[in-house]
Design a binder for this molecule. Structure first.
Ligand code: FAD
Ligand code: FES
Length: 342
């Protein structure tokens, strides 16, 4: 997999706990990407290598720099490292862009972007690119936040509303009401089933796509309500920032030993109940390949030579995996003496 070294040329404070890192495009070998894709940032901290995916918040036709926008996560290793340690002038290693979120909607007439918090990042990239390029598409952004001060890209979104008023319509949802007169349209509360029905009342169904990026609860209520309204599954796309773990999925999982064959290395890992095989390997200092950690990129694909494993936490069906293949970022051993080959 290709890697690049990118120089940080600007850091923007978007909200008190969100920053945008702006990277200079390499002089040679410019990085090509599509809106909705993500960049995997690589950091080495205390001798351990960490990779984390961040969706582009820049749009390829609009922005000169490659931008990713990072929200601090409580106790999160890399989000806090970026906020506290990364400076203008630093060079960060990244993997080539990955992901296909939003790639199917270019020819649609109308697009609904549903996002909450940092879920805005791929949506703003897609909105900028389509508004700039596609003079026919109409875009609706439905954007939930705790309050106005936590609204990432508020000024940018307002300027897009001013510049593309007839084609770009925004509805802001705030769980903690804070009255600011400069907001054209805001709603108190969460994006609920009732509000989805209200927003979609008397809307056309054909030629319309929906892109969702936010917590599992938002996605669940959006998908079920949109299906009920007559939209087909093929018109609803979502991007997950984390695995969805239900404690009930772990009832048949126990701490087990897993044999890992990685190139010349052969190691036996103790995989503690709740940990994935990937997490156990990384904790043991084995630099297995990975990127998204949400079961969508395939970078961590491995063969199960013996024993059984269970994939937990991914929403998308993975019919492309062979019977003896698994994704280590979401795999848990379900039998003794599992043997994995990467
Ligand atoms: C495709 C994709 C795109 C993404 N795009 C974005 C984006 O645009 N912007 C963005 O901000 N994020 C994005 N993410 C999420 C991002 O990749 C990271 O997962 C996120 O920044 C957290 O990483 P971290 O290293 O800070 O947290 P980690 O250290 O990985 O921690 C993960 C979780 O474990 C918890 N945790 C960790 N350590 C402890 C501890 N000691 N005690 C208690 N709890 C703990 C944290 O609270 C957190 O919930 C994206 C993810 C994916 C899959
Ligand atoms: S790291 Fe992307 S599928 Fe596992």
């Amino acid at each position: 997999m290709k890697t690049y070294s990118l120089k940080v040329v600007n850091i923007k404070l978007e909200t008190p706990d969100t920053v945008t890192l702006c990277f200079k495009q390499p002089g040679l070998r410019k990085i090509k990407y599509s809106p909705g894709q993500y960049l995997t940032l690589i950091f080495r901290i205390n001798g351990r290598r960490y990779l984390r995916p961040y969706s582009f918040s820049s749009a390829p036709s609009v922005d000169a720099t490659l931008d990713v926008t990072i929200k601090r996560v409580h106790h999160g290793i890399i989000s806090n490292h970026i906020h506290d340690q990364v400076k203008i002038g630093d060079v960060v290693e990244v993997l080539e862009p990955m992901g296909d979120f939003g790639s199917n909607v270019i020819s649609q007439e109308e697009l609904f972007l549903w996002g909450v918090g940092s879920g805005i990042t791929p949506l703003i990239s897609i909105a900028k690119e389509l508004l700039f390029h596609n003079s026919n598409i109409k875009i609706h952004l439905i954007y939930g936040n705790r309050d106005v001060d936590q609204t990432i890209f508020l000024q940018l979104i307002q300027s897009l509303e001013t510049n593309y008023g007839d084609r770009f319509n925004v509805i802001y949802f705030y769980t903690k009401l804070a009255v600011k007169p400069n907001l054209p349209y805001w709603v108190q509360g969460r994006i609920s089933r009732e509000s989805i029905l209200e927003i979609m009342r008397n809307r056309q169904i054909s030629g319309v796509s929906h892109l969702i990026c936010g917590p599992f609860g938002l996605k669940e209520s959006l998908v079920s309500t949109l299906l009920e309204l007559g939209f087909s599954k093929e018109e609803i796309f979502s991007e997950d920032f984390e695995l969805i773990k239900d404690p009930m999925d772990f009832v048949d999982i126990n701490t087990q030993h897993v044999h890992v064959q990685f190139g010349e290395q052969k190691v036996v890992l103790e995989v503690i109940k709740g940990q994935t095989i990937l997490e156990s390997a990384l904790d043991a200092g084995i630099d297995l390949p990975y990127s998204c950690q949400t079961g969508s990129c395939n970078t961590c694909k491995a063969k199960v030579l013996q024993g059984t494993v269970k994939i937990i936490g991914i929403e998308k069906e993975r019919s492309d995996l062979e019977d003896n293949e698994t994704l280590l970022c979401c795999s848990h051993p379900t039998s003794e003496d599992v043997i994995i080959k990467i």
